[in-house]
Ligand binder design. Structure first.
Ligand code: C2E
Ligand code: CA
Ligand code: CA
Ligand code: CA
Length: 279
């Protein structure tokens, strides 16, 4: 872990109280962030129900701003997209995450995969395949240990092109997931044509388990849909044992959320996984 400026190492999760719009230099700062080593990844475990242990971790981007402290992606990913910086940042994330997963696998956690969020801009620009190939080659990570999370709207933007890109990634051996499933508009007939491995049920549905029967039905329907399409299904944002019980009962394959661990530094993740090889 690296300490940047005077910012306390990764204590706050949300944006600081300074409104981002009142920070005119933020865009310029972001342009320098990679070179200055201010970007970092936190990792949140996901647990495979059948294996009974964490089998991977999602890489979640953080910006250790020298003055504002630790910024969550909601504070700057949109800015990065508007400023045309999301490509460079996405490439940095891929390299950092693959390198980290390779390190874990060499350090006694051979079964751990890493999941990386891919932005729409990066996916649709067309250099994703080569960026992934170069991150895998540079790190020496097995492609099967890299999972890419792509949202529904990203793949639905240009279906023909998306099928081509996904096919190339799939042929490389990379694992492909649809993120935030249920919040976008995906046509079921297309879903079947995409070479996918899994669906991630959006947190907004999971958090209403036990609260809103409609959302429970949606979760159940997504799990059944995934089974029909022979896809694995992950529930994100699992916070309570009640939610977990429901998901187990419905046959969900993987779970992720504060109940199993918040996003933490790479060292924190390594520690957590080594401690909880059995849940
Ligand atoms: P996401 O992909 O849906 O990631 C899950 C978000 O939910 C994370 O927020 C995570 O910290 C949070 N979360 C996980 N479990 C729980 C839970 O049990 N309860 C609650 N309340 N929240 C939970 P985070 O890290 O702030 O990331 C927000 C979004 O930013 C991500 O949503 C993703 O869309 C985007 N993002 C994160 N890292 C990257 C990246 O490297 N590249 C791109 N393009 N986008 C990223
Ligand atoms: Ca995600
Ligand atoms: Ca998600
Ligand atoms: Ca989300």
């Amino acid at each position: 872990a690296r300490r940047v400026g005077r910012s306390k190492w990764c204590l706050h999760e949300a944006c600081p109280h300074v409104p981002i719009e009142e920070e005119p230099s933020l865009e310029a700062d972001l342009g320098q962030a990679i070179a200055r080593g201010e970007l970092t990844l936190h990792y949140q475990p996901y647990v495979d129900i059948a294996a009974g242990r964490p089998v991977g971790a999602e890489a979640l981007l953080r910006w250790c701003h020298p003055r504002l402290g630790l910024l969550a992606p909601d504070c700057f990913v949109q800015l990065a997209e508007e400023a045309g910086l999301i490509d460079d940042i996405g490439t940095w994330v891929l390299h950092a995450a693959c390198h980290q997963a390779r390190t874990w696998r060499q350090r006694g956690i051979p079964h751990l995969s890493v999941a990386v969020n891919v932005s729409a801009a990066q996916f649709n620009k067309g250099n994703l395949v080569s960026a992934v190939a170069s991150a895998l080659a540079a790190s020496g990570l097995e492609p099967q240990a890299l999972e890419l999370e792509i949202t529904e709207s990203t793949v639905m933007h240009d279906v023909q092109a998306a099928i081509g890109t996904l096919r190339k990634l799939k042929d490389m051996g990379v694992v492909l997931s649809v993120d935030d499933f249920g919040t976008g508009y995906s046509s079921l007939s297309y879903l079947k044509r995409f070479p996918l491995d899994s669906l991630k049920v959006d947190r907004s549905f999971v958090q209403d388990i036990g609260v809103d029967p409609d959302h429970e039905s949606i979760v159940r329907a997504i799990i059944n849909l995934a089974k029909t399409l022979k896809l694995k299904v992950t529930a994100e944002g699992v916070e309570s044992t009640e939610q977990l019980r429901f998901l187990l009962h419905e046959g969900c394959d993987r779970v992720q959320g504060y109940l199993f661990g918040r996003p933490v530094t790479s060292e924190g993740l390594e520690h957590l996984v080594k401690q909880r090889s059995l849940w």
